[in-house]
Design a protein around this ligand. Structure first.
Ligand code: BTN
Length: 244
């Protein structure tokens, strides 16, 4: 990957999408601040100045959108493994691709796909990682969150070293995924799964389903066992732990 750092931008994802076909493969755009950081489901991503990591990585894939079903899981795995290697042992994953630590959100991944019909798929892989969230910015966050500084108060994370470690983990994982698909990642996901074996609630639009999370299926879906003993695999929805 080739890093590029900008001081301020609306959204690193939006910028790489604007660059489109001109964007070289492996371009890794970092911003010190985002005016309009984008989260999943149209949410805002708090992106205050010089505090956290905001990264978008551009990568082309041959073979159509269907083959990219597991991409977001692979990205989460590569990031979580890099953080664990750096000593953040509490980092875990919530399906499909939230980075959690101690049940709180540490980072998130937003993948946006583009490209011309018949050509390769252009994936813009966005990662927001909370490194040291300023108190003022934290007030706007509407869910339980944490940052790397809270996980290891004695170790001041060096954002350059962190960025290098993340890219060094991500790029080969994307190569492996392009070549071998999701299968080799399934045991790696299992080692990082925050909710496996736990009672969960799944929000599917207006419907709510409850059951026990059983990890991920071969196609990247979430396996859930329901009260009647039946098992189902879900490909969308928001999962949370069942309270009580
Ligand atoms: C989520 O909602 O969990 C995903 C958050 C993704 C945020 C990152 S920050 C860098 C990149 N640029 C954006 O506008 N969003 C992603």
């Amino acid at each position: 990957p080739v890093p590029e750092v900008v001081w301020e931008i609306d959204s690193t994802n939006a910028e790489l999408i604007r660059r489109g076909a001109d964007c070289p493969d492996g371009l890794a755009l970092f911003a010190e601040r985002q005016r309009g950081g984008r989260g999943r489901r149209g949410r805002h991503w708090a992106s205050p100045l010089a505090a956290n990591l905001y990264l978008s990585l551009h990568r082309r894939f041959d073979g159509g959108v269907a083959a990219l079903g597991g991409l977001s899981l692979v990205v989460g795995i590569a990031v979580a493994e890099a953080l664990r290697r750096l000593g953040y042992g509490a980092v875990a994953l919530k399906w499909p691709n939230d980075l959690l630590a101690d049940g709180r959100k540490l980072g998130g991944i937003l993948i946006e796909l583009g490209g011309e019909v018949g050509g390769p798929i252009q994936a813009v892989i966005g990662l927001g990682l909370n490194v040291r969230m300023p108190r003022a910015a934290a007030q706007a966050i509407d869910q339980p969150w944490t940052d790397l500084t809270a996980l290891r108060p004695a170790a001041v994370p060096d954002r350059n070293a962190l960025a290098a470690a993340l890219l060094a983990s991500l790029w080969p994982a994307l190569d492996d995924f392009a070549r071998d698909g999701l299968a080799p990642f399934l045991p790696r996901w299992a080692a990082l799964d925050a909710f496996a074996g736990r009672e969960v609630r799944l929000l599917l639009g207006d419907a709510v389903r409850e059951g026990v999370a059983l990890g991920i299926a071969a196609d990247g879906g979430l396996r859930v066992r329901h009260g009647d003993g039946g098992e189902r695999v879900y490909h969308s929805g928001e999962v949370s732990l069942r309270a009580g």
